[in-house]
Design a protein around this ligand. Structure first.
Ligand SMILES: Cc1cc2nc3c(=O)[nH]c(=O)nc-3n(C[C@H](O)[C@H](O)[C@H](O)COP(=O)(O)OP(=O)(O)OC[C@H]3O[C@@H](n4cnc5c(N)ncnc54)[C@H](O)[C@@H]3O)c2cc1C
Length: 186
């Protein structure tokens, strides 16, 4: 039965994010028109944005947004990441997507590997997969059969965040107190 590995792919972002941010911030402090501000931002944006961040004027960085494709994360992580209300999500549905012929995909926590108990974990996942199949055979649809699936079950999502939310997200989720799987994703 399939074990899944973390994969994060940057799918899209605002074209010329630094220039867009620099232009937006300069507009606040200047009587120049937008065309001149745009020209001024070419080549000088990075330095200007660093200064902007240092003095805490963060709203202009909301003009840059980033979209990621994420695979190989657990439903446990999903419960946490969706607490970030300023982000946008599209998540693979357990109502409409049934487990595959080989069973559901799942994530094995690092600590299970460290304990050398991978085999035991996989056996437990196999049992849950059999329970799921049993319910499907008895006539349950996926949205009900999924109630026997664990937090370890894999999910996939597309996530969009503005740069300002990304900074906030990193400050919380790259911290030592955050869950290991989530730290790796961040
Ligand atoms: C180590 C760790 C442990 C955690 N443990 C738990 C736990 O045990 N139980 C639990 O329930 N949660 C827990 N959380 C989740 C946490 O409480 C937050 O829900 C989550 O981190 C999202 O943070 P946020 O609200 O700042 O982010 P976002 O929702 O992304 O919001 C970003 C910022 O926008 C502002 N904002 C957004 N929405 C509002 C609003 N409605 N009103 C006012 N301001 C708003 C706030 O300034 C907020 O910081 C934990 C988080 C971490 C990092």
């Amino acid at each position: 039965m399939p074990e899944s590995r973390l994969k994060v792919k940057l799918l899209e972002h605002t074209p010329n994010p630094l220039e867009t941010i620099a232009l937006s911030a300069r507009l606040c402090y200047s009587d120049s028109d937008i065309d001149s501000l745009y020209d001024k931002s070419k080549g000088t944006a990075e330095e200007f944005v660093k200064r902007l961040m240092n003095f805490g004027h963060l709203s202009p960085i909301e003009h840059a947004s980033y979209t990621f494709g994420i695979e190989g994360v657990s439903r446990a992580l999903l419960a946490q990441i969706t607490r970030h209300r300023i982000a946008s999500f599209s998540v693979q549905s357990q109502r409409y997507v049934k487990q595959g012929a080989e069973g559901f995909n799942y994530i094995i926590p690092e600590k299970v590997r460290e304990l050398g108990e991978e085999k035991r974990f996989i056996e437990q996942m196999n049992t849950l997969s059999e329970w799921y199949s049993e319910w499907i055979e008895l006539g349950l649809v996926a949205e009900d059969a999924r109630f026997v699936l664990p937090n370890a079950a894999e999910t996939r999502m597309v996530l969009t965040m503005k740069a300002r939310e990304l900074l906030h997200f990193f400050s919380l989720r790259r911290c030592n107190r955050a869950q290991l799987e989530f730290r790796k994703l961040s």
